[in-house]
Design a binder for this molecule. Structure first.
Ligand SMILES: [Zn+2]
Ligand SMILES: [Zn+2]
Length: 401
């Protein structure tokens, strides 16, 4: 039974014009990567006006944290809410009045909306500090879009301590989810997204005298086929993974056996143990198959963002709140996605959940996807994100999970 009993709706109606104004202003000044100086300056000014406590700036270059402390007697938990603030290197084509003023940079993933929503949540929570105990830590993060990502650096700079954070929640707007719908998933909800470069070293020579060469083309071809046995023969059939050889390049001329061949792979897995198994098998197969042909293989495995693994109890809290806010039919458990998200680093350290907020905007039957030059956020969806996240935070602080 929730201890948060009042209706947030009238307060949300009151703050929405400010949230939309913040989002539109941020949309005009997109910045990329770690160097979000104008964005961070704007957020700082807004946080000061809202009156939150203990504002810390310059974390991982332009990241920030701030606190909203509840005054209700009760448990002393700390819940962290995260918004990412960075844009993408895209020339905007969305026909809006608040189009990017910086050609070649665009808020094409909706992080402007995430930042504006968290400022709205800060305002809402400041006004009802008497309704929760403990502390809400607000976290504004740079560089979600470019690995190794801002989350990792913010954790290294200690954002999960002082005060010690007990749980973390994040949300993302979704262009393929209707307004008024919240989507979530317990357990693994996005993929480990890794890249591999395999260089096969043979011995070049005349195409008509193969016995005097070591052919890296034939070797690489056998490696490519052998790699497909990992998913077929090593993976638990109820788990899933993808190994794609996206590039296999060698040689120039008809009659020359080249010296080397190069292979580039993308590897997607969900569970950490599957990722470790696949990584080990790729290395073993590539080097062993190469050795069998008298060649050598050098394997460079680059780990991208780990998969988002949502805590089951924290996801159940999101589900319960989303059912109240959106109605049971609009609180939807979704399938796992193959995309990447660096909120996963927070979830490696603390229990929590990451969920999706419907902001689908259709124009002539087309809803442009994230990272598209015509991507647009339907701002009508933002109130649902604000209410869900605010209620999740207060309920976690008062009642736990
Ligand atoms: Zn993105
Ligand atoms: Zn994003």
């Amino acid at each position: 039974m929730s201890t948060v009993t009042d209706n947030l709706q009238s307060d949300i109606d009151e703050i929405m014009p400010g949230v939309i104004a913040d989002r539109r202003y941020l949309h005009t000044i997109p910045e990329i990567g770690m160097e979000l100086h104008d964005t961070a300056a704007y957020v700082l000014e807004r946080l000061k006006a809202i009156g939150v406590e203990d504002i810390k700036t310059g974390i991982a270059v332009t990241g920030m944290t701030a606190l909203v402390k509840g005054t209700k007697p009760g448990p002393d938990r700390v819940v962290m809410l995260r918004a990412d603030m960075d844009a993408l290197p895209i020339l905007e084509e969305t026909p809006v009045e608040f189009i990017s003023t910086r050609p070649g940079a665009m808020h094409a993933c909706g992080h402007d909306a995430h930042t504006a929503m968290l400022l709205g949540i800060a305002r809402l929570l400041m006004d009802r500090r008497d309704q929760f105990s403990g502390t809400v830590k607000l976290l504004f993060q740079p560089c979600e879009e470019i690995p190794p990502g801002g989350a990792k650096f913010m954790i290294e700079e200690g954002v999960l301590e002082h005060p010690h954070v007990d749980a973390v929640f994040g949300m993302h707007v979704s262009s393929d989810t209707p307004v008024g719908e919240i989507r979530f998933r317990p357990g693994a909800s996005s993929a480990n997204s890794d890249r591999v470069l395999i260089t096969v070293q043979g011995k070049g020579g005349h195409g008509a005298m193969p016995h005097e060469s070591i052919d890296p083309v034939i070797t690489a071809a056998h490696i490519a086929i052998a790699l497909q046995t990992i998913v077929a023969r090593n993976l638990d059939p109820v788990d899933s993974a993808v190994i794609t050889v996206g590039k296999l390049a060698a040689g120039e001329a008809n009659n020359v056996i080249p010296d080397t061949a190069e292979m580039k792979l993308t590897v997607r897995t969900f569970l950490p143990e599957t990722r470790a198994m696949v990584k080990e098998r790729i290395h073993t197969l590539a080097t062993s198959v190469a050795a069998a042909f008298g060649a050598t293989a050098n394997v460079e495995y680059s780990e991208g963002y780990p998969s988002v693994i949502n805590d089951v109890a924290c996801t159940a809290l999101v589900e319960a709140v989303a059912q109240e806010v959106c109605g049971p039919e609009h609180a939807v458990q979704e399938k796992a996605q193959m995309g990447g998200e660096d909120f996963s680093y927070f979830l490696q350290q603390r229990p929590g959940a990451f969920f999706y907020v419907g902001t689908r905007r259709e124009e002539n039957g087309i809803a442009w996807g994230h990272h598209h030059p015509r991507f647009d956020v339907n701002e009508d969806g933002l109130a649902y994100g604000i209410e869900t996240m605010s209620r999740v935070a207060m309920r976690y602080l008062n009642d736990g999970v």
